[in-house]
Design a protein around this ligand. Structure first.
Ligand SMILES: NC(=O)c1ccc[n+]([C@@H]2O[C@H](COP(=O)([O-])OP(=O)(O)OC[C@H]3O[C@@H](n4cnc5c(N)ncnc54)[C@H](O)[C@@H]3O)[C@@H](O)[C@H]2O)c1
Length: 335
């Protein structure tokens, strides 16, 4: 078996995946421009600092190694930033994917696992925000330039599968959360936009309070509901996805979620229980483009890959994140 190119392997989900690949005896080559990634996260594979939009770097990487599969994490992924600077998002994410796919074709690499997102889905059909899990058949309806980049790349992969025999799985993650249970890697985004690290930074006194963006949604406690999936469960799904494709399995799109929804208030409550800290909250208006509820049905991934999330309990997920954040040196730059 050849090596696996992991783009964005110095980022949060990528680094956890490279660690799990190494544990499974698979050899990874990490290509990352360190725009939001960290050199110290890329310690389980061979590391190359470079950009996926750079065809010459890709030719060097594919030409000098025996790579037979790619896991493509590299992307800019802040929804708000994508609204204020859409061209950067289309360039970085879509042009990055196109450059990568062209290089894969030049070098005869036909297997790809792609980081997609539940952000590709449109709002609930019946206006109900209480029940219902989103399946892969839910209508597509991206709300931000970021989400559009993910959907565009999915479309490019579908067309490339038909035309060139590319075998690609698009993994639509719900909200990645938690940290390596062995404490070797975790979430370090700057600026941080994800709820659980923000809540834990508040518990550590690094932030004054946590803002609740809207408490008037049609959800049980009025705050937005999300599906939190442990980053190690996501990492394991990539290993299963690679094995599936390498053994001739079909491509397509798969949800990766826990199938359970937790509201912002429930996450804050769970974090209070884990940390023993007070965690002050402040109410703020809704943010444009936020869906009231995004909870995934991962039945298809379970059936196709035999994937079963190991971290079902939100407190367990938060506990792994807490173990990471409280030992992580506090970045002195303004949060
Ligand atoms: N975190 C989540 O909850 C979530 C949910 C859905 C989808 N995703 C997707 O999963 C992937 C990983 O997300 P993450 O949370 O680990 O983000 P991250 O920012 O920690 O990781 C992204 C990595 O890609 C690298 N990168 C970005 N542009 C690059 C380029 N042009 N060339 C080379 N490297 C580049 C960054 O330096 C970083 O290391 C992204 O594609 C993201 O859109 C994340």
């Amino acid at each position: 078996m050849g090596q696996i190119l992991v783009t964005g392997g110095a980022g949060y989900i990528g680094a956890h995946t490279v660690k799990r690949l190494a544990k499974a005896g698979l050899e990874a080559v990490v290509l990352d421009n360190l725009a939001t990634g960290h050199r110290d996260f890329a310690r389980w594979g061979n590391f190359i600092q470079g950009d996926v939009r750079d065809a010459a770097v890709l030719d060097m990487v594919f030409g000098s190694r025996r790579i037979d599969a790619v896991v493509h994490f590299a992307a800019a992924s802040q929804v708000g930033q994508s609204v204020s600077d859409p061209l950067f998002y289309y360039q970085n994410n879509v042009e990055g994917a196109l450059t990568l796919l062209a290089a894969m074709r030049r070098h005869g690499v036909e297997t790809l696992v792609f980081s997609s997102s539940c952000a590709v889905y449109g709002p609930p059909l019946d206006g109900s925000h209480f029940g219902g899990l989103l399946t892969e058949d839910h209508p597509i309806g991206p709300l931000s330039p970021y989400a559009h980049t993910k959907r565009m790349i999915e479309q490019i992969l579908e067309d490339s599968a038909r035309a060139y025999g590319l075998r690609a799985l698009c993994l639509r993650y719900f909200n990645a959360a938690g940290a390596d249970p062995e404490g070797e890697v975790g979430e370090r985004h700057q600026p941080e936009t994800h709820l659980i690290p923000l809540v834990l930074q508040t518990a550590l006194g690094q932030r004054e309070c946590i803002q609740i963006l809207g408490d008037d949604y049609a959800t049980p406690d009025g705050t937005a509901v999300r599906d939190y999936i442990h980053v190690q469960d996501l990492a394991d799904a990539h290993i299963l996805a690679l094995a599936h494709l390498r053994s001739g399995g079909a491509g397509g799109a798969l949800n990766l979620g826990n199938g359970q929804g937790h509201s912002v208030r429930q996450v804050v409550e769970a974090a209070r229980a884990v940390t023993g800290a007070d965690i002050p909250v402040r109410l703020a208006p809704r943010r444009a483009g936020d869906s009231p509820r995004l909870v995934g049905d991962a039945t298809r991934a379970q059936a196709l890959l035999g994937w079963r999330p190991q971290f079902a309990d939100i407190r367990e997920i938060i506990r792994t994140a807490w173990d990471w954040h409280r030992l992580e040196p506090h970045d002195p730059r303004p949060l």
